[in-house]
Write a new protein. Structure first.
Length: 521
């Protein structure tokens, strides 16, 4: 008998663990009336046109036609429900939970100590003046404009080949190339987003407090827009238009880089409390199992980290918007709840200006994996935030490090993997947990990325790309809490340098993508 998974007692659909042929008994008394692909919804009872399809105990929308028991439900037979009204959230009881987690009125607010059998410290790099510690020791070189990328890429190869081997305590060197810097307005509404993103990227704790910027000299993005007071000096900034020729440019870049590498090489890992960690939670290439296995496991690990005093960031506005009612009630204060709603309103307006809405998400791959619409995707996506109260809300491009945010923080960002990953780095993330159902080789140069699969067959297909298999939960081999504790230990081992995720090992680094809603001029 093929196993099917029902999440909530009120659900009228379930998810098959594998493909179910037509005429198969999927559960006692439930025969399939057609082929049901893995992860697609199977009707548990006869459903009529207009009936609501319930998964996670929440309506995914209404049916456009009758579906018999044992029939398949996908995006073609569902009418999207209206998004929750952002103006009618006031008065919601705060510090409640998610559909499948704790609910309003429970003890979500009470912080229990971390279990004694779990690690309470990690081996990291202290950063002077920073709330967070680095988990890697990297020289990060910021560029102020795309024009310098060619020169910097040549210099980077030279630095890695000729200099880096001399400094064994430095993990890597990366150039923060991006497409911003010129042909842009630095004063138009929205321009504050790329400006603060780049400024905060430059100060990620994994760069150890070392500042190095390569500029062209005539761009709109002036160097002093990137740097803190006292940082704009000849020891930190190279302006290519002031250097006589290409060879001299490379020599100048290598000379400055070596001074930075020499200082970084003196740093050593030390034992630190987990409150010095800043962990980012993200999902990409999700499927119908993401909300059953990988995201809940990440959510349990997130709760453990929060209990230990760490900072955990979760994001993706369009993949949280349709669950705003559940996230709103988890905010620690009315002010935070209103700020969360304000971030959703800003993005609603941004999409409206572009003639789009959240129905443009999910992707074709998400749908192939069984996700019918953004509501279903959202309900699974927010599971990676666990059940802890939300203690902070960041606008797009802001950092948790400036105000020393602790606990669970929503960091607003687009749902695009590349924009979101870049913005999580800017927000202070030093290590990322990335869940996937369809599979992606995504990685970051500035921080290690632990890749979780929602299904065992994806781990088997990509055994040397997936670090952690959460498919064991769907198979009944592990509980969510057991998998979450296993992931928690992997996070601590990765932060301590004892484990290197596959994306880091193979140097699978995606480009930085700077989100810029301002006009290009």
């Amino acid at each position: 008998m093929v196993r099917i998974i029902k999440i909530h007692p009120d659900d009228n659909v379930a998810i098959p663990l594998g493909d179910i042929p037509e005429g198969t008994e999927a559960a006692p008394g439930l025969l399939t009336v057609q082929h049901i692909p893995q992860g697609y919804k199977i009707a548990l009872q006869d459903l009529k046109k207009g009936d609501e399809v319930i998964r996670y105990g929440v309506s995914l929308g209404s049916l456009l036609r009758d579906i018999p028991a044992g029939g398949c439900i996908d995006e073609n037979v569902l009418k999207m429900p209206r998004p929750p009204d952002l103006e009618n959230l006031r008065g919601t009881e705060l510090c409640g939970g998610t559909p499948t987690g704790k609910t309003a009125g429970t003890n979500v607010n009470q912080t229990e100590p971390l279990p004694v059998h779990l690690p309470h410290t990690f081996e990291g790099y202290e950063v002077p003046g920073s709330c967070f510690a680095g988990v890697r020791n990297i020289l990060g070189i910021m560029t102020s404009v795309q024009c310098v990328a060619g020169v910097m890429n040549v210099a980077l190869r030279r630095i890695k080949d000729e200099l880096l081997p001399k400094y064994p305590n430095v993990d890597d060197v990366t150039v923060l190339n991006h497409s911003y810097g010129c042909g842009c307005s630095t004063t138009a509404p929205g321009s504050e987003i790329p400006l603060r993103t780049l400024r905060n990227l430059l100060h990620n704790p994994n760069f150890g407090g070392e500042v190095m910027v390569a500029a062209l000299g005539c761009e709109k993005l002036k160097v002093d827009m990137l740097l803190d007071p006292g940082e704009n000096n000849a020891g930190n900034v190279i302006v290519l238009q002031e250097i006589p020729g290409f060879k001299a440019m490379i020599d100048t870049i290598l000379a400055m880089a070596e001074k930075k590498l020499r200082r970084l090489n003196e740093r050593k890992r030390v034992s630190l409390p987990l409150e010095k960690l800043c962990i980012g939670m993200q999902c990409g290439g999700s499927d119908a199992f993401s909300g059953i296995t990988a995201n809940p496991a990440a959510g349990h690990a997130s709760d453990l980290l929060v209990r230990a005093g760490a900072t955990v960031l979760f994001s993706e506005v369009t993949e949280a918007r349709d669950a705003i009612q559940f996230l709103y009630r988890r905010c620690k204060s009315p002010q935070l709840a209103e700020k969360l709603a304000a971030e959703m309103k800003w993005y609603d307006a941004y999409l409206q200006r572009g003639g789009a809405d959240t129905s443009a998400n999910p992707s074709p791959g998400n749908k192939t994996g069984g996700l019918s619409n953004i509501v279903e995707k959202t309900l699974g996506a927010i599971a990676k935030s666990g059940s802890a109260p939300i203690t902070g809300v960041l606008s797009i491009g802001e950092t948790a490090g400036r105000a020393c945010h602790k606990g669970l923080v929503f960091a607003a960002a687009p749902a695009s993997d590349f924009h979101c990953g870049t913005l999580l780095l800017a927000a202070g993330t030093t290590l990322q947990v990335f869940t996937t159902g369809r599979g992606t080789p995504y990685g970051l140069a500035a921080a290690p990325v632990i890749k979780l699969s929602s299904r065992t067959d994806l781990k088997m297909l990509w055994d040397d790309l997936i670090d952690f298999n959460a498919g064991t939960i769907a198979e009944g081999k592990e509980t969510i809490s057991q998998a979450g504790e296993r992931l928690f230990r992997m996070i601590v081992d990765t932060a301590s340098g004892r484990y290197r995720p596959f994306a880091e090992k193979y140097r699978l680094h995606n480009d930085l993508c700077i989100f810029d809603p301002a006009p290009v001029i």
